[in-house]
Design a protein around this ligand. Structure first.
Ligand SMILES: [Zn+2]
Length: 263
């Protein structure tokens, strides 16, 4: 590490971000150079921030999706072959990422339903953050109340704690990677929303990414593969959710987040 790198430690990335407005809901970050979205399962990042990622990718941002588990429990069919399901869900996630314009997907392949936020998992996320060097990280809000699924909670904590580790040089020096401090963390599924990204013009792209997860049509999305009406019902729900999120900030449609800048 050079002296000039050293000076970067402890500071947000350049002048990328102005301070968040106090007491008001912020709207639209400047387009980051690099963004990293961290989800528990294939499809989580597309649900949580697919419109935002598509918008940023279209504006030249290099987008990476990090999927922490293998998605091997994502079927209601008790006879499903889990190895086949894992392979299928990888393919679906890559197709979804391509639809969004995301540059790449990283899979950490923890067993679905058994994710924990321990030191070894934190090191793995830290490594990805140090390799990708994102200006903005997006993830599940680990503090969402009354959340049932443990993977989503642990994935949220791994995003938060992975950033803490990635920014500080004494965490995992054996990785041989320079520390990296993102400028901003956006948490989806937040109880306390204070930031909205407008996604006008990108909702269809988000829907295309979501529908790429065909193995989840029946279980997660309530779509019967042969019944177009139910697919429309799903689309209606997603559009409705985007309208509700946008309304928080006076926008037609959006995605809502808790924004944390003090990283
Ligand atoms: Zn999930």
């Amino acid at each position: 590490m050079t002296a000039s790198d050293q000076e970067d430690i402890g500071r947000p990335v350049a002048s990328y971000l102005a301070p968040a407005p106090s007491g008001a809901v912020g709207v639209d970050l400047p387009v980051p150079g690099r963004a990293l979205a961290i989800g528990a399962h294939p499809d989580d990042t597309d649900f949580g921030c697919g419109g935002t990622l598509a918008k940023w990718a279209a504006a030249g941002c290099v987008v990476t999706e990090l999927v922490l588990t293998d998605g091997s429990k994502g079927s209601w069919d008790p006879t499903a072959d889990r190895a086949e399901l894992v392979a299928l869900r990888r393919e679906e996630q890559r197709a979804a990422a391509a639809a969004l314009g995301a540059g790449s997907v990283v899979f950490l392949d923890h067993v679905d339903g058994e994710l924990t936020s321990g030191l070894s998992e934190r090191a793995e996320v830290c490594r990805v953050i140090r390799e990708i060097r994102p200006d903005v990280v997006l993830g599940h809000d680990p503090w969402k109340r009354y959340r049932l699924h443990p993977d989503h909670r642990h994935a949220g904590f791994l995003a938060v704690e992975g950033i803490v580790a990635a920014r500080d040089p004494h965490f995992y020096p054996e990785q041989g990677l320079d520390p990296h401090r993102p400028a901003c963390l956006l948490l989806w599924e937040a109880d306390e929303v204070d930031h909205v990204e407008g996604i006008e013009g990108f909702l269809d792209t988000k829907l295309a990414a979501l529908l790429a997860h065909r193995s989840q049509w029946v279980s997660t999305m309530g779509i019967d593969a042969d019944r177009t009406a139910e697919e429309e019902g799903f689309e209606t729900r997603i559009r409705q959710r985007a309208a509700e999120a946008g309304a928080v900030a006076g926008l037609p449609i959006g995605e809502a987040f808790k924004r944390i800048d003090r990283l």
